[in-house]
Design a protein around this ligand. Structure first.
Ligand SMILES: C[S@@+](CC[C@H](N)C(=O)[O-])C[C@H]1O[C@@H](n2cnc3c(N)ncnc32)[C@H](O)[C@@H]1O
Length: 281
């Protein structure tokens, strides 16, 4: 990936950070099952020092901090200053004292070799400019025998939370064929793809598990539109190219198409992700 593309990816996340801050608690609850899967896959327990890569508005760091407890620690990292601020502010609000925060990308971790018992990354590995370089860097900073675990989206077709809106938007703004290795939400959706890269980077005992879960949160149909359009840089920039009446038509079409996933002020979408984990020799 070119340096310019890598910069664009980071700039997009920086812009998105204000919305991830705004929707912080909803995002935490929507993707909570993925955090549980990471805790399980990385064998996280009391007393451990855990590294979180691409922690966004705070997860999974904020959930893991009480699990490792005062005898352990969580080191949150993310390259976006806005994301770091959102996570740090929330940790302060909760009075968590066993968290440290660093603004850095996965491939430039400001830590010595063998610094952590394990590492986790929730929905961020797909944005690494050079995934193997990022994975090698994470392996460098964990101890021998330590675990690392990643969660990435499975196929878009089994994720209506994403698919429905993308499909409707495509009718208005046709998409160019995407490079399957470009940094994007579904870059590692093909089974085995991230697992192979993790092995290439030097991890052992690499496994992949499909996680079937529900994206659930107290979100009404009206609020869903705001949440989806604000969270995604792609949607924000595409909608900005359209006329007001076109946006209104898309909104109407999306709300009709997703209506069945909303009941009594809550949304519940079936979803699938892949949990890929390994060990440092
Ligand atoms: C989809 S968000 C996930 C955030 C959070 N882990 C969560 O699950 O709510 C992706 C995150 O990856 C971060 N990211 C982008 N490029 C990265 C890189 N090269 N290294 C580490 N994180 C990166 C973004 O800044 C963003 O916070």
């Amino acid at each position: 990936m070119s340096t310019d593309t890598a910069k664009e990816v980071l700039a997009a996340w920086e812009t998105s950070s204000q919305y991830w801050t705004k929707h912080q608690s909803l995002i935490a609850s929507m993707f909570a099952p993925l955090t549980d899967a990471l805790v399980d896959a990385a064998h996280i327990g009391p007393g451990q020092s855990v590294l979180d890569i691409g922690g966004g508005s705070g997860e999974p760091s904020l959930t893991i901090a009480p699990i490792v407890g005062q005898s352990g620690s969580v080191t949150y990292t993310d390259p976006s200053a806005g994301m770091v601020k959102a996570a740090r502010d929330e940790a302060d609000r909760r009075g968590l004292t066993n968290l440290r925060f660093h603004q850095c990308p996965a491939d430039q971790l400001p830590f010595p070799d063998h610094a952590f018992d394990g590492a986790v990354s929730r929905l961020s590995a797909m944005f690494f400019p050079d995934p193997v370089a990022g994975l090698r860097e994470i392996l460098r900073v964990i101890k021998s025998g330590g675990n690392l675990a990643f969660v990435v989206w499975a196929d878009k077709e089994v994720n209506p939370f994403f698919r429905i809106m993308t499909d409707i938007l495509e009718k208005f703004i046709p998409v160019e064929a995407e490079d399957e290795d470009a940094p994007a939400a579904f870059r590692f959706a093909a089974p085995g793809k991230l697992a192979r890269l993790l092995s290439d980077a030097g991890a052992t005992s690499v496994t992949e598990r499909t996680l079937k879960f529900k994206i659930e949160a107290p979100v009404t149909l009206a609020r869903f539109w705001e949440l989806r359009t604000e969270m995604s840089d792609t949607f924000r920039s595409k909608l900005a190219q359209l006329e007001v009446d076109q946006v209104a038509m898309i909104r109407e079409a999306v709300q009709q198409a997703v209506a069945n996933y909303f009941k009594d002020g809550r949304m519940s979408f079936p979803a699938q992700a892949l949990a890929v984990s390994g060990e440092k020799q």
